[in-house]
Design a protein around this ligand. Structure first.
Ligand code: HT9
Ligand code: FE2
Length: 374
């Protein structure tokens, strides 16, 4: 089946025709258009956000996440409470371990002999430590699967920066060369990611009482980001919203053909004076109730696992909002370890190993998603 893509760049234009592409935003390494050289020792790195493993980790973790980001103290204390509610343990680490186990199994079944490593930006195992391990294991080239499917500073560029930092951190005091690396492209439009989300949406619709299934309002959610960040997402701006809209359209076309849906935002942070994408999911539920809607199905297509921002901000907060408004509520699962999603991850890896034209997320113009820090 041909791979569906959304053309974020203008017709016929490759991102690297942009004159700002003197240096690629890919850890300093231009992605190859040749097949992987025979005999090169390669690995897959699952690069993620990281999360605390207990109450003592919560504040140091939050300090790592927000260092230099201008997040008010009150917001941090509020988010700390969300983690404390779950014993200070983020579900994201177990979810990443499960994803890695599923990908390892998938690669083995397909006869792809490639070790899979795990590293994070904000908590152990830190990506710098994983990089050292990979280098010491003799790995020469790393394909990086970031646990975000979309463009934006937070979802793409920051992962490129993590890769660059990890490469340099190993390079200085070692006898072996630091491995080269390439980030795998955005994957919101891969058939497996769409299929996983569509199956989950169909199941969530089916979980409602029969009388509400056909009329329930379908609501896609994603992490809000500052509007200034959204404006510069992708080579030409606006790619975060465009990719999310494209993904949600495909998911609904698959799970509930012909039905309309809304795309709204969750988990806003930052000081109130800084504008973020709106409407917030809770405000949107109020509008829907006022319009006479009786049921909603939320599908968090902006995330790939049911981590804390999903289980707290949707299963607690948004659900409670819906209850207060008398709206029946269902929440679709994220892609998680759905076999179709895992299959598409193998596909992304094999696509890059075969060479060919690198796509957005692998080959990003130098200024892509660049945001001035607060
Ligand atoms: C676009 C996006 C994704 C999706 C892409 C991706 O998945 O990467 C995402 C994912 C996640 N965000 C997460 C957690 C947090 N995000 C924060 C803060 C922020 N997120 C932002 C954006 C995003 N975030 C932004 C613009 C900020 C403001 C600070 C800054 O400009 O960088 C804060 C600080 C407190 C707060 O302000 O909320 C926390 C604790 C977790 C882990 C959950 C768990 O532990 O299970 C995950 C997967
Ligand atoms: Fe976040």
């Amino acid at each position: 089946m041909p791979r569906a893509t959304v053309d974020i760049t203008p017709a016929g234009q490759r991102p690297d025709e942009d004159p700002s592409l003197a240096v690629r935003n890919n850890g300093g390494v231009a992605p190859s258009t040749e097949p992987a050289p025979a005999g090169r020792r390669e690995a897959l790195l699952v690069l993620s956000f990281g999360g605390p493993e207990g109450q003592d980790d919560v504040l140091p973790f939050l300090e790592n996440v927000t260092r230099g980001r201008g997040i008010p103290r009150e917001r941090l204390e509020e988010v700390a409470e969300h983690y404390r509610h779950f014993g200070g343990v983020s579900p994201i680490n177990d979810q990443n371990k499960a994803l890695i186990a599923a990908v390892e199994k998938e690669l083995a079944a397909a006869g792809v002999d490639l070790p899979v490593y795990w590293g994070n930006r904000n908590w152990a195992p830190y990506v710098e430590d994983t990089w050292r391990q990979m280098a010491e294991d003799g790995i020469e080239h790393v394909y990086v699967f970031a646990t975000s499917a979309y463009a934006s500073f937070s979802g793409c560029r920051q992962y490129h920066e993590d890769i660059a930092r990890a490469r340099v951190s190993y390079g200085h005091d070692s006898t072996r060369p630091t491995p080269t690396a390439e980030k795998l492209p955005h994957y919101f439009d891969t058939p497996g990611f769409v299929q996983a989300n569509a199956d989950a949406l169909a199941a969530a619709i089916a979980s409602l009482p029969e009388s509400l299934r056909d009329t329930a309002r379908l609501v896609a959610t994603a992490h809000s980001i500052p509007t200034a960040m959204a404006a510069v997402a992708g080579p030409h701006g606006g790619a975060y919203e465009a990719e999310l809209m494209a993904a949600a359209e495909r998911v609904v076309a698959e799970a509930a053909p012909g039905r309309s849906f809304d795309l709204v935002w969750q988990s806003r942070s930052g000081p109130p004076s800084v504008p973020w994408l709106e409407p917030d999911v809770n405000d949107h539920l109020r509008v829907l109730a006022a319009q006479g809607e009786r049921a909603v199905v939320l599908f968090p297509v902006g995330f790939i696992s049911d981590h804390l921002e999903v289980i707290w901000d949707l299963d607690n907060e948004a659900k409670q909002t819906a209850e207060e408004l008398g709206l029946a509520f269902a929440r679709a699962a994220t892609a998680g370890t759905h076999p179709a999603f895992v299959d598409s991850i193998r596909g992304l890896l094999e696509e890059r190993r075969a060479g060919g034209l690198p796509r957005l997320g692998t080959d990003c113009p130098a200024a892509c998603c660049f945001v001035q820090r607060p």
